[in-house]
Design a protein around this ligand. Sequence first.
Ligand SMILES: *Cc1c(COP(=O)(O)O)cnc(C)c1O
Length: 433
Amino acid sequence: MNAKQSDQTHAWRPFTQEKSASEQIHIIRGKGAYLYGADGKKYLDMISSWWANLHGHSHPKIAEAITKQVHELEHVMFADFTHEPAIRFSKALGALLPGDLNKVFFSDNGSTAVETALKMAIQYWYNLREPRTEFIAFERGYHGDTFGAMSVGKGCGFYKPFEKCLFDTELVPFPATWWDDNCVEQKEALTLSKVMTCLNKHKNKIAGLIIEPLIQGAGGINVCRTEFLQKLVALCKANDVLVIFDEVMTGFGRTGDMFACIKSGVVPDIICLSKGISGGFLPFAATVTTNRIYDLFLSEDGTKTFMHGHTYTANPLGCAAANASLAVFEEDKTFEKIRKMEEVHCLRISGIAKKFYIVKRPRVIGTIAAFEVGNTGEYGNKFSQILKNKFLSLGIFIRPLGNVVYLMPPYCVNESELHHAYDIIESVLALEL
Ligand SMILES: *Cc1c(COP(=O)(O)O)cnc(C)c1O
């Protein structure tokens, strides 16, 4: 049985219409920015395997740290026990994050990091004996596929069958912007006024606001300005609403700073981290909050306890990978690479925008570059599949979101590899469109 037959018999792929999807590629090895197929072909991974990989596939230092840890302590439950990798990582995270973000709650993936944040926010108000259970979130926002995350992410349009099961969320438009956008201030003012209207209309019901700061990921790589985030956070704080930053995708260098909150100069009340947290090696996540919020859960009263947890909370292997990934940031001078990557992105994206009239809304932020082609938007549509397959046949893994073509390479990609990816994109745009 070949890989295709075995997988199609037994495994159900994520986000995939199995009826029309093309045959999956059997990958046997990853090294640096490349994935190697069983068919002898190699693919330049320009989306970091769903935005998780940071320093390259099978980075030796992270592999070594996990190997060492697995021989010492593979796992221990985190309720009655602790261990060095968790102590080290939570301390490091507290030092990296701005303000008073110091209390780290570990879980397994982006969705659970978001669930944890939503439950923390709701119980914060419960513990104050001032119950509030609603959230403000953004149109086209994506926060994961568990029920709480779907409820605040219903603006991404993926959840029709589950609509009736989702809790109330007030959606406001995300003021997406791009190069040469001259309406950005109006869009931002409109959003801020809608947030204000929500706050007035649902006075004392809104527990918090959740946003993917600076970039919405799955909703289409939509970028907003730091100025907007600053005003939004100030508005929430003035109205006593908790601010949750879902940095599951933006965290760990993606925006050009370690976190989008740092780039924007604002401090949320709760931050969700996953994807790149382990360098892309293991499913791992953290929800970090302030001492002020944490302290409200300290009580003799059992109902104030945060009754939430996951079997693999603070898994030592995940912590070891996360510690090793932070070390690689230093050792490999990752932020120098990130700055170079941003320069190449800017250069090539501006070239593409000039050359192809069909290319619209170019935008670059840190390690992420995107543009739109044509007007057909839907996730997984035919057009995006054709493009993806064309890129794959040319040895590049790029996976458009509807009509949005974007690059989010691992930080190890070198300039010539990145230029090569752009050359391929240009050749496809010239041929196909
Ligand atoms: C991917 C993603 C999630 C969900 O993470 P999973 O690990 O897939 O559950 C949540 N929020 C954002 C912003 C994401 O990009």
